[in-house]
Design a protein around this ligand. Structure first.
Ligand SMILES: Nc1nc2c(c(=O)[nH]1)N[C@H]1C(S)=C(S)[C@@H](COP(=O)(O)O)O[C@H]1N2
Ligand SMILES: [Mo]
Length: 407
């Protein structure tokens, strides 16, 4: 959309060449055995500038996932937070830190205006929300049969405390006309090749006006990392990461459904397959709807697949999350799903955040064992026992099966 003048930062790769010296092969324990062979063979641990080593799945555009051990705690550190881009033209830090502004317009805005970063931070009430950013395709690589797309394992997600201003307060300044149905968003990154559609997304007006939907300028008490949206990004709690526009510089209030490629041709799921509270009716078609709300899910963070654990007993730790009802219960099985026992839920960080949990196994039989976890939300939804196949490989919430040896 509104391109910055310099789009060579990561596109040219210059800043990254030095960083790649630190690359090492990902240990088999970082990679689920369910991933395609090719993905397992090629994935390496690689530190992008300002980041700890993450699992590199693609470099141009950068798609890097968080190693699973980060998910033993409720907050994902900024320097371990995953990175996902559709397009390789990413402005560099210097360019993003120049005077920034976001344009607010569209045919259903009363008075289009431009708000600078400084005005955003000073003229609107500042709020915080702790929320999970999960890519729609998180765990796509574990689909069987495999489906095309970035072969993400468990780590295309993270949870953070986001600080910013409410989108609805900013929209109010532009004046939302009666008849507005959607709000569309653009960021400063863009395609490097002619003909590639620019990345732009829209929300139904009701979600855009939600108290919890914010324009964030800080993450876990620090400014946004370069590759997580510097200087501002959209936070859409409960909804998958695709709507969380990074390097936000354009907002359009619309009287008609937004017709961009990334709404109408991609990020769609079979209608009725997954539960939603707020249907995206203006983008619904006969058979498909946009992916919106996440599904209830959990992950075990501290028990690597293939690891040895003490038969005398050990602690299993992980996180659980859902689409904004909050987590009611997490159960753990150490016998491949035959028996389940409740885990203890740790501190509640809010209904959109990771809910950390822990489970003491007690004494177990030596030998092979399979560890699993399963979360249930306050809406009564539980992780799927079987994968719900869909062409883009979204919403995989089948419980992990972690094979361990007890000794
Ligand atoms: N500007 C911009 N914003 C974007 C994207 C992008 O490609 N460009 N990708 C979206 C997708 S699909 C996801 S999953 C999240 C990933 O956020 P992260 O890179 O901060 O982890 O950003 C979203 N916002
Ligand atoms: Mo995504």
């Amino acid at each position: 959309m509104r391109r910055r003048s310099v789009l060579t930062g990561l596109g040219a790769g210059a800043a990254l060449i030095g960083a790649r010296i630190s690359a090492r092969a990902a240990s088999p324990m970082d990679l689920s055995p369910l991933l395609p062979e090719g993905t397992r063979a090629e994935a390496i641990m690689d530190a992008l500038p300002g980041k700890q080593p993450l699992i590199k799945l693609a470099f141009r555009p950068p798609n890097y996932e968080t190693p699973i051990d980060a998910f033993a705690e409720a907050i994902t550190p900024n320097d371990r937070f995953f990175v996902r881009y559709h397009l390789a033209g990413i402005p560099d830090i210097a360019d993003l830190e120049k005077a920034w502004s976001v344009k607010i317009g569209g045919d259903a805005a009363n008075k289009p205006l431009e708000v600078s970063l400084d005005e955003l931070q000073r003229q609107f009430p500042v709020v915080e929300v702790e929320a999970v950013n999960q890519c729609s395709g998180c765990r796509r690589g574990l689909f069987s049969p495999h489906v095309p797309g970035v072969q993400w394992g468990y780590g295309a997600m993270g949870s953070a405390v986001w600080r910013g201003v409410r989108l609805k307060d900013v929209l109010a300044r532009a004046g939302v006309r009666a008849g507005a149905v959607e709000v569309a968003f653009g960021g400063a990154d863009g395609p490097v090749m002619e003909g590639t559609p620019d990345f732009a997304k829209s929300l139904p007006l009701e979600k855009a006006m939600d108290e919890s939907t914010i324009i964030a300028f800080a993450m876990n008490g620090a400014k946004l990392p370069h590759l997580n949206g510097l200087p501002i990004r959209l936070i859409v709690p409960g909804w998958t990461g695709t709507y969380w526009m990074k390097h936000l510089n354009e907002i359009n209030i619309l009287s008609k459904p937004f017709d961009g490629f990334w709404m109408q041709k991609s990020y769609r799921i079979p209608k009725g397959m997954f539960p939603v509270d707020l249907p995206f009716t203006t983008q619904a078609e006969e058979k498909t709807v946009p992916i919106t709300e996440m599904v209830v899910n959990s992950v075990i963070g501290n028990v690597p697949d293939g690891s040895r654990q003490p038969a005398a007993g050990f602690t299993i730790q992980g996180v659980a999350w859902d689409r904004g009802h909050g987590i009611k219960q997490v159960e753990v099985s150490t016998d491949g799903g035959a028996n389940w026992k409740p885990a203890s839920l740790r501190e509640d960080h809010g209904k959109y955040a990771f809910r950390a949990w822990r489970f003491e196994t007690g004494k177990l039989q030596p030998g092979a064992a399979t560890v699993m976890a399963r979360a249930t939300s306050n809406a009564g939804e539980t992780q799927a026992a079987q994968l719900k196949p869909n062409p883009a490989g979204y919403q995989n919430n089948v419980p992990q099966k972690i094979a361990i040896t007890l000794a």
